[in-house]
Design a protein around this ligand. Structure first.
Ligand code: ZN
Length: 477
């Protein structure tokens, strides 16, 4: 048994150690923060848009740049590894087989920048304004995964790394990670870890830090309605031939009732209802309706009756039309009765719903309600499963303590509205929990024009991440 004296001594030493860590990290980061920011901005200059084939070269260039950033930051090994789609960047810093291993997941691909005319500056020429970096990918996810690269550098250069770290940075997150599942399955040993850490989400604010405890799933489909064999003269044929745009609009309008409840049969069947107590807790998170309206530019808030905005975007499934087109879209007027109309439609899913089942429900719905005057084709784009992480795991506790250390506040656990399709696959294949430690803000315009990432958020992330590693080791001792 340890003597009281020894115990006190160990305690003091631990305190001194923490002090030592804090000072070493702070000093290193303070001395290098300009360079960290510059390197992150260099990465933003590469238009790595995974959805568009014209960016194939940029994707390869970006993967190489990410690989180089790992090697420059102290990784023992960094590799661009091929998949059936865009490559994955794997990197590693190994210190001791008896120490726990943290696997950091992120993505170097970005959403398309369009509509370009709504950007105040060029999407791939990052500019700093009001303490924020404006560029596509700044928050989602280059700016965020890069914090982990610089946290690695901080720990390596100050000789304070006490976990093994692995990095899996993929290039297909924004298109649903179609090839990553196979990659993970084939590389289980390579990716083996004790916890998975992801910074690809947001916190409530720097004043009210939060940790996401879940992400929603996704079902994404496309519906194409074909009427006449070619575009027709709307004067000659209008009124006699069904217009595919009218038909599609009616089909879409039928998806929600007057309470904004989704009417697709069985849509809510598998939804795990959240207990009253948890809902009450969730609704205690600060929420300013006027600020929300102002920030989104919405006249009023909208949503499923019986639920608050926080619930609508966290614990409830939703259905959105992501795009719709058909007929004449050019300048001026053209009197045409179009041959085709198309829409892209997606549903966000919550725990217990499964993507395959929900996608089938969506596809069945649109084909079953199609009137006989048109032909309806519906197909799947991609999907992902919802994911929930427990708040009593070693990983969650380490993240919580890390935030408490650098923010001076206990993070609020919240359910994120977005989706990271690979989560369930990562957990299933690697058998470990995922921790979401995002430093972005919901107002960062992810997937929208003028995406931005606060420099303070970026620095705060780099400051916080090393503590995660430190506390995760301590939690495992
Ligand atoms: Zn992302």
């Amino acid at each position: 048994m340890i003597s009281f004296k020894k115990f006190i001594f160990a305690l003091l030493r631990k305190q001194n150690y923490t002090q030592f860590y804090m000072e070493a990290w702070k000093e290193y980061q303070e001395n290098n923060k300009e360079r960290f920011l510059k390197e992150m901005m260099d990465l933003l200059r590469i238009p790595s848009v995974s959805a568009k084939s014209e960016h194939k070269q940029d994707m390869a260039a970006c993967a190489d740049a990410v690989k180089k950033s790992f090697l420059d930051s102290g990784a023992d090994r960094a590799e661009v590894m091929q998949t059936d789609g865009f490559p994955v960047v794997f990197a590693e810093k190994f210190i001791d087989e008896n120490k726990p291993t943290v696997l950091v997941y992120g993505h170097y691909d970005v959403q398309p920048a369009e509509p370009l005319e709504l950007w105040h500056s060029k999407p791939f020429e990052p500019v700093i304004k009001d303490g924020k970096v404006f560029a596509r990918g700044s928050a989602d996810d280059k700016g965020q995964f890069f914090m982990h690269v610089k946290a690695l550098e901080t720990m390596v250069k100050t000789n304070t790394l006490y976990t093994n770290i692995k990095f899996l940075i993929e290039g297909e997150e924004e298109v649903g990670s179609p090839n990553l599942g196979k990659f993970v399955e084939e590389n289980k040993e390579l990716l083996k870890a004790d916890v998975i850490l992801i910074s690809d989400s947001s916190m409530l604010s720097l004043e009210t830090p939060s940790l996401d405890v879940g992400v929603r799933g996704l079902s994404y489909i496309e519906v194409e309605v074909t009427g006449p064999a070619r575009d027709l003269h709307s004067g000659t044929y209008g009124g006699a031939v069904a217009n595919p745009i009218t038909v599609l609009a009616k089909m879409i309008a039928s998806c929600h009732d007057e309470n904004n409840h989704i009417t697709i049969p069985g849509f809510y069947d598998d939804v795990l209802e959240v207990p009253e107590k948890e809902r009450a807790l969730m609704n205690k998170a600060p929420f300013d309706e006027d600020e929300y309206k102002r920030e989104t530019g919405s006249k009023e808030l909208w949503g499923e009756k019986g639920y608050t905005t926080i619930e609508r975007t966290g614990i409830r499934p939703t259905l959105e039309i992501n795009g719709i087109w058909g007929g004449y879209e050019g300048e001026g007027a053209k009197t045409v009765l179009p041959s085709k109309a198309t829409a892209k439609i997606s549903a966000r899913l919550v725990p217990n719903q499964t993507s395959a089942k929900m996608t089938k429900k969506l596809l069945d719905y649109f084909t079953s309600i199609a009137p006989s005057s048109v032909t309806v084709k519906a197909f799947e784009h991609h999907g992902g499963e919802p994911y929930l992480t427990p708040i009593d795991s070693k990983g969650y506790k380490a993240a919580k303590k890390a935030i408490e250390t650098t923010f001076g506040k206990t993070p609020v656990p919240v359910r994120g509205g977005g989706s990271i399709p690979i989560c369930t696959i990562l957990e299933k294949e690697l058998g470990v929990k995922i921790i979401f430690m995002g430093f972005g803000l919901d107002s960062d315009n992810l997937h929208s024009p003028n995406e931005k990432y606060g420099i303070e958020n970026f620095n705060k992330g780099i400051e916080t991440i090393p503590y995660f590693h430190k506390y995760f080791v301590e939690g495992n001792e």
